[in-house]
Write a protein that binds this ligand. Structure first.
Ligand SMILES: *Cc1c(COP(=O)(O)O)cnc(C)c1O
Length: 275
């Protein structure tokens, strides 16, 4: 039995979503993925603060507070006995007769579920292969929206090329992965795209920034292009699911896993063990 939170109630195994759900018809909603380590939530407050921000940006009025969401997640983790795993949270604008305009009155539809998922140890140890792809997404990539077609198409492109992720390029500038943030290391400093409307401000990115600062590694939030990407000393990517993962190949160019990446991985590991 797996307990799921659905619109204020706790139910077992199954929920029913209406065909009129605007998430289903328009992708009109937002989501979060939160990591669970040793039965404990990792950076849950940051995730729900971001959920509240995403909701505000698309004008969905949430009924719950950050503390409410965390309490729900803790209950699910406990009831479902998740040790290492994820929590998925989705909120849509709700059910209404199909019309692009916001409905006059609709209740948000919320579900939260948990599931076991092992850590990506192989990728973290050995590194991953990625491709580069045009960033074809909309101009509000800062919102963790359910509209993921651009991301899905690039991720599929990577998969078909035998790669794990796509590093997306917009107007010659490296933005981020299809579901992760991207970084290069050059002469001992880490570079990554600034947090504006063109990337999602990853919670793992925030943790990496903190790790870098604590280890006196310069963390530079500045755009870089394809040339700098390919001339990097190290390349790495991050997300809740891939943590701190080195990149060992971009298209035909290969890279080594470097010391800065290893140092960040060790610092990240410490944050997990001090939970
Ligand atoms: C979720 C996501 C990330 C990574 O964010 P985390 O909070 O670290 O998981 C990066 N880019 C995109 C497009 C995402 O959807």
């Amino acid at each position: 039995m797996n307990m799921i939170y659905f619109n204020g109630e706790y139910v077992e195994d199954q929920i029913t979503i209406s065909p009129d759900d605007r998430g289903y018809q328009f992708g009109d909603g937002i989501y979060e993925v939160i990591r669970v380590y040793n039965g404990k939530l990792f950076t849950a407050k940051e995730h729900f603060e971001r959920l509240l921000r995403s909701a505000e940006e698309i004008k969905i009025e949430l009924k719950l507070t950050v503390a409410d969401y965390i309490a729900i997640c803790e209950r699910l983790v406990k009831e479902n006995q998740v040790e290492t795993g994820n929590i998925y949270v989705q909120v849509t604008r709700g059910n209404a007769v199909r019309n692009h305009i916001f409905p006059e009155s609709s209740e948000p539809v919320t579900f939260i579920y948990s599931y076991g998922s092992e850590r990506p140890v192989q990728g973290m140890r050995e590194g991953i292969k990625v491709i580069t792809a045009d960033d074809i997404r909309w101009l509000r990539c800062d919102i963790k929206s359910l509209n993921l077609l651009g991301n899905v198409l690039n991720k599929q492109k990577a998969h078909e090329a035998g790669a794990a992720e796509a590093i997306q390029i917009r107007d010659g500038i490296v933005t981020e992965g299809a579901s992760s943030n991207a970084y290069i290391v050059k002469d001992g400093a880490i570079y990554t795209h600034p947090t504006d409307n063109l990337i999602l401000n990853g919670i793992t990115r925030q943790v990496i920034k903190q790790c870098a600062e604590e280890n006196h590694i310069p963390f530079v939030e500045k755009t870089f292009g394809m040339d700098e990407l390919l001339a990097a000393d190290e390349v790495l990517m991050s997300s809740v699911s891939i943590e701190v993962t080195p990149v060992i190949q971009i298209d035909d160019r290969t890279f080594n896993v470097g010391p800065v990446t290893r140092q960040l991985q060790a610092a990240f590991e410490e944050k997990i063990s001090s939970l």
